[in-house]
Design a binder for this molecule. Structure first.
Ligand SMILES: *Cc1c(COP(=O)(O)O)cnc(C)c1O
Length: 246
């Protein structure tokens, strides 16, 4: 199978050029914000991408990959874990997870960004416990209030008490290790318009930290159209698909 996943030179060069451009913009955003580049992890989002494209990114040094569908991750991740076993990559589940897929997520994902309800968290906690694991997760937050979006609702101050209570309940589950928050900004014409969404996610994280007295270190926010602004607002993980692979 390694035969199938050797990228040709043109593909390798395209991905290398894309990654160099993304890297430059992340570094520039870190510099503007006075942040260390090491505080931001680039997650290459591999949905719909071939194994060869993913291997090309790996060969450029990418070690964090994100999939948004459990079925697709189940098809790709085991083969790539085998191919990358000498220097393993970290796999991120970034898309909505149905409760009946909890077992697959526990088996496949190193970090699940999309825990969007207490019911899902409770199921993941039980399945992880049965597997003798502690599952690292982020809580997905719907900051913009768009109905099309998944996530715990935290659009305005009226939503905050319920949001905080749910977040604390999930954080108290024994077999999930809540590392922080994730959000998706609305599609906007100019990335500057996404800034309030990212600033609000950071505000919610700080509020949880103050309320719980524990760290919520990770902020997963920023995609191809808006990651420089997300980095300026404190993203510790950016999830980038098109800018890496297109
Ligand atoms: C597809 C996807 C991304 C990456 O989107 P791009 O616009 O291609 O960078 C990030 N996060 C989630 C949850 C996604 O589904």
């Amino acid at each position: 199978m390694t035969q199938d996943i050797v990228p040709d030179d043109a593909l390798q060069e395209r991905i290398a050029a894309n990654l160099a451009a993304v890297e430059e913009r992340i570094a520039a955003a870190c510099a503007r914000a006075g942040r260390a580049r090491s505080g931001v992890t680039l997650i290459a989002v591999t949905k719909t991408r071939s194994l060869a494209e993913i291997v090309a990114a790996y060969r450029c040094g990418v070690r964090d990959f994100g999939e948004n569908r459990v079925e697709e991750a189940a098809d790709k991740v085991p083969a790539l874990r085998a191919a990358f076993r000498a220097d393993p990559a970290t796999w991120h589940m970034i898309g909505h997870v149905q409760r009946r897929k909890a077992r697959d997520v526990v088996a496949l994902a190193d970090l699940t960004h999309s825990v969007d309800s207490l019911r899902l968290a409770t199921r993941l906690d039980r399945v992880a416990g049965e597997a003798g694991k502690r599952l690292a997760v982020l809580l997905e937050v719907n900051v913009s209030g768009e109905e099309s979006k998944f996530g715990l609702c935290a659009r305005d101050t009226a939503d905050e008490p319920a949001f905080m209570a749910t977040a604390r309940e999930i954080a108290a589950l024994p077999n999930v290790d809540v590392r922080g928050l994730m959000t998706m900004a609305p599609i906007v014409a100019h990335m500057e318009e996404a800034r309030p969404v990212f600033a609000r996610l950071r505000y919610l994280r700080d509020a949880l930290r103050d309320a719980t007295g524990r760290d919520w270190p990770e902020l997963s926010m920023g995609m191809t159209d808006d990651y420089p602004v997300a980095v300026e607002e404190g993203a510790t993980m950016v999830r980038i698909g098109r800018a890496v692979f297109a």
